[in-house]
Write a protein that binds this ligand. Sequence first.
Ligand code: 6PG
Length: 469
Amino acid sequence: MAAQEFDYGMIGLGTMGRNLVYNMSDHGFFVAGYDKDPAKVDAFVKESLYYSVLGASTVEEFIASLKTPRVILMLVPAGPIVDSVIEELKPLLSKDDLLIDCGNSHFTDTNRRIERLAKENLHFMGIGVSGGESGARRGPSIMPGGAKEAYARVAPMLEAVSAKVNGEPCVAYLGSGSAGQYVKMVHNGIEYALMQLIAETYHLLKEHGELNNSELHDIFTKWNAGSLQSFLIEITAEIFAKKDELTGNDLVDMILDSASQKGTGMWTSQDAMSLHVPITTIDAAVSMRDLSANKKARQAAEQKLHGKTNTENLDKNILIQQAEQAFHFAMIVTYAQGLSQLQKASQEYNYGLNLAEVAKIWRGGCIIRAALLEDIRAAFAKEPDLSNLLVSDIFANQLNNLQESIRAIVKTAVSSGVPMPATVAALTYFDAYRRGWLPANLIQAQRDYFGAHTYQRTDREGTFHTHWT
Ligand code: 6PG
């Protein structure tokens, strides 16, 4: 194919980049790909015989193959590599070229890059892409942010390659600046919390309920056919049924109980703290990843610290039913926390987010896709300024009805020594949020006592200080 024939460029031909190119190609777009690693370019060229794509062996060839003004997507590891790719491309780019970072970059890096490149008449967008390898190939959820005009240049392509739910694409313009990457970051925070909640439920059912993997497979399969229907519940059911090729045992039992992380969950918690938005379930999930990774310390502590086992008579069917409802409750609270963070971030960072749109594009393609998101979308569509999902008409009733089960599950977990911090956090968030009165009057009194920090009164306006001694 002659020079300047390709509609899009893709830098980074790892799993995600390659599959997204094939997806674009399926939809009739001509895409040139480039990777610093020649082995990846070779593999791409071999694999892509039937696609309308080019595997460029030099960055110059890559740039020359693109129609101008160019649109170049990047799927490279977040951090300094993104900056070095930009630096390498910059001398070869011309006015109005558009660079799109599709990785999990920190939103502050995206803001910095937009500003810097604008000075050189280049456009930069940050787009969150979720769905892993199969999402990239068959239809991811896409979370774009940046200038509206830049989005308009890529909207038809993004809509074509995205996942669809009832014919609606799982992509929409989210807002200015780093809005896309911020929404993706919070998506990941929610992902961490849902995974931790599932893991806690597994722990309780396995240890206290004495359920084996085959029973857990059946339970999660059944749950996935009901109100918990979601990608994470679905894959969990499949995980319980998978056999290890090396030993023939259940694979889940052969996997080390030590989870790693790339940092997006932690970023969600860090920024929620600085925005003063409580997201306690997500925080607990991040902490539990850290605790899980600390395997040696846990093994040593096991010799010294002893818990308690619950010897109460157990009705397995009741436990399973309560666990299902407890997870449902905690799942709603998790989305509520993530969306409340997005609401605050939107005000602070002027993103102009529409939470109904966010829920809409999370319904398909992404890791946190769930049937529940249809109701979340409806709740925000009905009340765009809803202060918190918990108090929406749909969810307030559901939470009121489900709370008995989560209270029972938390009681069982506490009395049997099974750690369920994310589940407990979901319940206590609800209990705190629904209280017109919390004991912070005492905290104010203490602050005033030791530091003359003053306090407000319940019966009159103004600021007061007392000589306590
Ligand atoms: C997605 C995922 C993905 C993320 C992984 C790993 O939406 O496809 O969120 O972007 O990178 O889930 O995250 P951790 O390594 O931090 O668990």
